[in-house]
Write a protein that binds this ligand. Structure first.
Ligand code: F6R
Length: 615
């Protein structure tokens, strides 16, 4: 959460920073700000409540010249979203400006101490405490900015990605990180581009250095980057080549990123299988974890950790791994797992699922499990992200950049990778027959084509969205492997359209939630052909007899259900185990259309941010 961008070079910094903020706006959009040195070495800070477009309007008539600058888009943690709490923050003397993504947990005692030493504060933020701490150290210890930052960061408890500029060293940019991500792009003309992730950098350069935990970098034009840890050890920067391409970051003719990403799923699912699934030779190869396969097979259990949509993918994974590979799986909310003193041993394998690879709770969960000796694997989308780097091994989902805050294509890519993993382990364990393996592998390969077909069907979904756009509540039901799909459907609806929605295992209805059913209540049921299809039909009958409105996701050609329910959405026929890959998609689309009809900001829903780097 929060996006940071910085630039140092020969070009005009302001447009580079503003474009960078636009790419990072998915990380937070409560307020935005920019700090620039002008030609007379004045350090100008402009900031405002609202979005990057508000900042752009705000600075129209301001002096925005300058070749060095820092900029920030905020997701509020400390202090309400307003102009004062927006970043960058000046130090008391206004000599230093700082932007920050993360949380300084011990900001209150630090602030008290600084107040005793004569500092006054304009904002309620933890960030203003940090910038004044740096100023205080510089004044008292007579050290340069880099050293003052290093000393300050040794006093700080919490997470940070920061960028700092100072009037006293106007040709220098200092950046540092712990817990929050930070990437340094190496430009072609001795210039440097800094950002929370690579999306603002890709249009300028493909060469990047990912800063590691507790590292600080001194960045100056035409000079190699100098990196040290906060303990003062020198580090050699390792230059990576970015693989992302620019078109992936544009809307490409769609009204919203979310819609584009929904429509990308035929290709993103194919990309997650590319080079891995070979039905013709009966092989599945997951190169990233091939050295760990035996370890997984010998494991006492697999623990899957994740948050939100990634946790839902984990629930589908539990079903797949237990059903196919007969391995005991537990799925945990990363945020609960990390504070529960969980029992973990060297015989456990922990799989962290995360689109961004930066989710603070998931990161903390894997660190805890690593300390206890477990083998840690990752399923991440963002290449080079913190989780990808801190796991022993992993499999990238290759879904491409996901910009819409609501996760869509990343989810189906996670489920695809989990399906490949379950099939691969089942093959190694011989827990399914060779012919069953082949059957499943062939069917999995056909899924992208079925998704393509499914994506053509919009009319019915729009009709349903029209009918229910003003509902205040909705219920989603599913059973077995489709229970997590009910949870995911409900999450998609609530997060982008602000309609209260809950997902339940269908049979749980009669243990309480059925009391909510009346003639106004839409109930979305995943009722595809499956082992317990008849039971799902009984659950639907229970709702209908209480006059609920049922929208059923059914297998193409199902005639029987048409007479029982109010609306049907057909999906192509597939193996029961692969239904989640298809059934999710109409639910994503339905949420999308309802949100658009309600006038909601689909790509940037209120109060949310894509990359949750705070606990
Ligand atoms: C919902 C959504 C969130 C994320 C969650 C975890 O649409 O996007 O629930 O799934 O914040 O994020 P990652 O996968 O980046 O760890």
């Amino acid at each position: 959460m929060c996006g940071i961008v910085a630039y140092i070079g020969q070009k005009n910094a302001c447009p580079i920073l503003i474009n960078g903020l636009k790419r990072l706006e998915y990380r937070g959009y409560d307020s935005a700000g920019i700090a620039l040195f002008d030609s007379e070495q004045n350090l100008n800070v402009y900031k405002t409540k609202g979005k990057v477009s508000d900042l752009e309007n705000f600075i129209k008539d301001k002096n925005t010249e300058g070749k060095i600058g820092i900029a920030h888009t905020r997701w509020a943690t400390h202090g309400e979203p307003n102009d004062v709490n927006a970043h960058p923050h000046y130090s008391q003397s206004k000599d230093i400006a700082l932007i920050h993504n993360g949380i300084i947990e011990n900001y209150a005692p630090l602030r008290k101490e600084l107040e005793k030493r004569g500092f006054t504060f304009q904002s309620h933020t933890d960030t203003e405490v940090l910038v004044n701490l740096i100023e205080d150290i510089q004044q008292n210890e007579k050290v340069d900015l880099f050293e003052a930052v290093r000393i300050a960061l040794n006093q700080v408890v919490g997470a940070y990605a920061i960028a700092i500029i100072s009037k006293k060293e106007p040709y220098t940019l200092i950046v540092a990180r712990k817990g929050s991500p930070l990437v340094i792009g190496i430009g072609k003309e001795g210039d440097y581009y800094i950002a929370s992730d690579a999306t603002p950098i890709i249009e300028h350069t493909r060469k990047v250095v990912y800063l590691d935990e507790e590292e600080i970098a001194l960045v100056q034009r035409n000079t190699d980057i100098c990196i040290k840890t906060i303990k003062n050890e020198e580090k050699t920067p390792y230059v990576h080549e970015l693989e992302m391409n620019l078109q992936e970051l544009e809307k490409g003719g769609f009204n919203h990123f979310m819609l584009k990403e929904i429509y990308e799923q035929a290709s993103s699912i194919r990309d997650s299988m590319r080079g891995r699934l070979h039905p013709e030779t009966d092989t599945i190869s997951l190169g990233g974890i091939s050295d760990y396969e035996q370890k997984i097979l010998r494991a006492d259990r697999i623990i899957i950790v994740g948050c939100g949509t990634s946790w839902h993918a984990g629930l589908v994974g539990e079903y797949l791994l237990e059903e196919l590979a007969r391995i005991h799986v537990e799925v945990e909310y990363a945020s609960e797992f990390r504070y529960r003193n969980p029992i973990i041993s060297e015989r456990d394998v922990v799989i962290a699922i995360s689109q961004s690879g930066e989710t603070a709770d998931t990161l903390a969960a894997i660190r805890l499990a690593k300390e206890k000796g477990a083998t840690i694997l990752g399923i991440c989308n963002v290449v080079g992200s913190s989780i990808a780097r801190e796991t022993h091994a992993g499999v990238y989902t290759h879904a491409g950049p996901e910009i819409g805050v609501a996760s869509t294509k990343a989810f189906t890519a996670q489920v695809t990778v989990l399906t490949l993993l379950a099939l691969r382990l089942a093959q190694l364990k011989a827990s399914i027959t060779k012919s069953r393996f082949k059957e499943l592998a062939i069917e999995l390969e056909s899924i992208p084509e079925k998704v393509k077909q499914l994506l053509k069907n919009d009319e019915q979904i729009i009709k349903i969205a029209e009918r229910f756009k003003d509902t205040r509540n909705a219920i989603y039901l599913g059973r077995g492997i489709n229970f997590p799909i009910a949870l995911e459907g409900a999450l998609k609806l609530k997060e982008i359209s602000y309609i209260h929605a809950e997902g339940y295992p269908a049979a749980e209805m009669k243990h309480g939630p059925i009391a909510l059913i009346d003639e106004e209540m839409p109930v979305v049921v995943v009722a595809t052909s499956q082992r317990i299809y008849e039971k799902v039909i009984s659950n639907i009958q229970e709702i209908k007899s209480r006059k609920g409105k049922v929208i059923a996701i059914v297998t193409e050609g199902n005639q029987q259900i048409k007479d029982i329910v109010d609306y049907i959405i057909e999906i192509p026929c597939t193996e029961e185990l692969f239904v989640p890959l298809l059934a999710t998609i109409p639910l994503q689309k339905m949420s999308y259309h309802i949100a658009v009809m309600r006038g909601c900001n689909v790509d940037q829903p209120r109060n949310l941010a894509k990359s949750v780097t705070v606990e």
